[in-house]
Design a binder for this molecule. Structure first.
Ligand code: SF4
Length: 351
């Protein structure tokens, strides 16, 4: 019999496993509390359940918690972790400490198939979806698990291309029997897959960020190929029309590239696109990769954009990058995996 991973199950799913043997929903909650809040890796160490239940669990389940295989620490104390599943899928996770706010940036896929121009993960290719348990494990298995206050789905992969597992992971992160993190502190980032955006907004209370990068269709198609299939105008319309619950945050991410998308024309286009909406703008610096001749907009230009957006009634902020020296910043994940792949390939050539 194939054993089931407890990490990745809801309390209801755990109850459906143990209920037929006479155990209660409270027992299921004790199990999920041990797994998600205390990162209990051994079934024998799960607390507040009878010995008989531990024996039953041990015969048909396992905790599903697995440790990262490597880690790297940035000068700014950001930590990047590499995970490898039993089937060989690799993905990276970033822990970002910032005073009282500790954020984990999780991956939802090994690689990605969206092909965004500025992103290293796109060059790594697509190796597969991560299960809800593999997504949650990135939060509960790291050394600072107990200190995590915020979760962002901005690591490797397009979350809405793995929607069911992402929705389940959001449920586990925010549930009282799960990690009990407020949905206000959980943000899912997407290039904008129309039906996925609709379903996500209906099914979850977590925040949503759209990777915009240009208000103009032809421009955006060049950097975000998903624009060809899922026009951003439609996505913005859905976001604008969605009755936003108090404090739920809908935003767009705008990576600023000098002379490419930071002109006055782009600023005006951005203002027009987001007019009469509650959508916020997060302005991010650009990190060129390889031989890319482009560079980030200057700090002054980013402030100018922010100021003009705010003056016209659109909330905006300039975000700083973290973990650049360890390739943990936005768009850089999988860089080390690619380098490793090249080393392996070169070694094979030499042997
Ligand atoms: S930016 Fe996100 S969606 Fe685009 S290729 Fe990279 S990981 Fe995929």
């Amino acid at each position: 019999m194939v054993k089931k991973s407890l990490c990745g199950l809801t309390a209801e799913e755990i109850f459906s496993l143990i209920g037929p043997s006479g155990f209660t929903f409270s027992h299921a909650v004790s199990i999920s509390n041990s797994i998600y809040k205390k990162s209990t890796g051994e079934i024998s160490q799960i607390t507040k359940i009878p010995k008989k239940l531990k024996e039953e669990l041990a015969s048909n389940t396992y905790s599903g918690i697995f440790m990262p295989v490597a880690s790297e620490v940035s000068v700014d104390k950001t930590v990047k972790y590499l995970f490898r599943t039993e089937t060989g899928k690799e993905f990276e996770t970033v822990f970002i400490p910032d005073n009282k706010r500790n954020t984990v940036c999780v991956s939802t896929q090994s690689g990605c198939r969206m092909g965004c121009q500025f992103c290293v993960t796109a060059r790594y290719g697509f190796r597969g979806n991560l299960s809800a348990g593999e997504i949650i494990n990135q939060i509960i298995s790291i050394p600072n698990a107990g200190k995590v206050t915020h979760v962002v789905f901005m690591g490797m992969g397009e979350p809405l291309d793995n929607l069911e597992n992402v929705l389940k992971a959001c449920e586990i992160i925010t549930a009282g029997w799960g990690l009990a993190i407020s949905p206000r502190n959980v943000t899912v980032s997407t290039v904008g897959i129309t039906h996925g955006v609709e379903k996500f907004l209906q099914s979850s209370d977590c925040n949503l960020t759209l990777s915009l990068h240009s208000p103009f269709i032809e421009d955006r198609k060049r950097v975000v190929p998903a624009e060809k299939q899922y026009p951003v105008q439609k996505i913005i319309e859905i976001m604008k029309n969605y009755p936003v619950k108090k404090k739920r945050r809908l935003s767009v991410a705008y990576i600023m590239i000098k002379d490419l998308n930071d002109t006055d024309n782009h600023l005006e286009g951005l203002k027009t696109l987001l007019k009469d909406s509650m959508i916020r703008v997060n302005l991010l610096p650009y990190h060129p990769i390889g031989n890319d001749p482009n560079s980030s907009s200057s700090a002054e230009r980013m402030k100018f954009f922010k100021h003009n957006l705010v003056v016209s009634g659109i909330s905006a902020s300039v975000r700083r990058s973290r973990g650049i020296d360890i390739s943990a910043a936005c768009g850089l994940l999988a860089k080390d995996l690619l380098i490793e792949k090249c080393i392996h390939r070169d070694n094979r050539r030499m042997s």
